[in-house]
Ligand binder design. Structure first.
Ligand code: ZN
Length: 325
């Protein structure tokens, strides 16, 4: 397996001609007091006419993906696929002029809400240290009482703007929309685009390579995955069962973080299952949020994942359950 480091990515060859473009870890102490340590990843298939899965969040990073394809194959990829419509997975689309921009028909809703209006707001936040500080404090407020002593809340938003360059971003949603499972043939490499419905976003799709048993998973797998309602967490678990028991991938390229092997992927399922089971066992219509959090203990599942992610999930699941009542 070869690896190549560029300014913005580590390109890891997960099978011949198939790469994960991994965003570097930022060195934040997420196991103690943070939510996320790296930006988004992409997948690259150089076989046949080529495919890029997700395009990251700014034009310099997207250009690195395009340059990598061109250097290796002499041409731009024919296909660009977006796993979902969150800004950090599709804002680089415009760089791939001439490629077919593909996505499930329902992701356009999410693309629109993390679209044009969000760009000036994000630029403002990332350019101003003061605003980043305020946002960080607001987020820290969410975890009051759960932050370890002396550890400030950390999120990628604390990075300086050298890591971002949102100049020129014009959110460009996919235009080649599909509804059901869609199969592409890249010079003998079969790629199945499998829509999963609303799981992490309004509409998630994974790209599955059945011969190589590699999955480009978007944010269905990520160390910072956050289910936000009990039905949502149950649905997510069903999707994890389908992926891990029926597809049985040997490598999963997650939306954020390092490439997963099957064992690491299963640990995400164990964590989600414990989250759902413990929430169901502890929740009552009269319990307070704090008492609910006190009754739950997910520490044994938090090896690689942010300690605060489960607190955020439980708060959201609690709010949804109360709303329903
Ligand atoms: Zn996402």
């Amino acid at each position: 397996m070869s690896e190549r480091q560029t300014e913005g990515f580590r390109f890891v060859e997960v099978a011949p001609q198939i790469y994960a473009a991994i965003s570097p870890a930022q060195g934040l102490d997420i196991t103690d007091a943070g939510l996320m340590d790296n930006f988004s990843n992409a997948g690259i298939i150089l076989c046949g006419e080529g495919l890029v899965c997700d395009t990251c969040f700014d034009l310099p990073h997207a250009r690195e993906l395009l340059d990598f394809c061109r250097e290796q194959t002499g041409h731009s990829p024919k296909y660009v696929v977006n796993t979902h419509g969150h800004w950090d997975h599709f804002w680089g689309n415009q760089v791939f002029e001439g490629s077919a921009l593909m996505g499930h028909k329902d992701i356009v809703k999410d693309c629109a809400s993390s679209g044009k209006k969000a760009v000036p707001l994000f630029k403002m936040i990332y350019r101003s240290k003061g605003l980043r500080g305020i946002l960080s404090k607001l987020m820290a407020g969410q975890f009051k009482g759960h932050l370890p002593e002396g550890k400030p809340f950390q999120m990628v938003v604390e990075l300086t703007d050298k890591d971002f360059d949102l100049t020129g971003v014009v959110p460009t949603p996919p235009t080649v929309l599909f509804e059901g499972k869609t199969v592409l043939d890249l010079g003998g490499c079969r790629v199945e685009l499998i829509p999963l419905g609303a799981v992490h976003s309004a509409s998630d799709t994974v790209a599955w390579l059945p011969k190589e048993k590699i999955l480009f998973a978007g944010d269905i797998f990520a160390d910072c995955s956050l289910p936000t309602s009990l039905p949502g967490a149950r649905r997510w678990l069903e999707v994890l069962d389908y992926i891990l028991d029926e597809l049985c991938p040997v490598a999963i390229v997650p939306g954020h973080g390092e490439v997963y092997n099957l064992e690491r992927a299963k640990s995400q399922r164990d964590y989600f299952r414990a989250l759902v089971e413990q929430f169901e066992a502890a929740y009552t219509d009269t319990i307070s949020q704090e008492a609910l959090l006190d009754k739950m203990d997910l520490s044994e599942y938090l090896d690689h994942r942010p300690r605060l992610a489960w607190i955020m999930s439980v708060k959201n699941m609690f709010a949804q359950a109360r709303k329903k009542k």
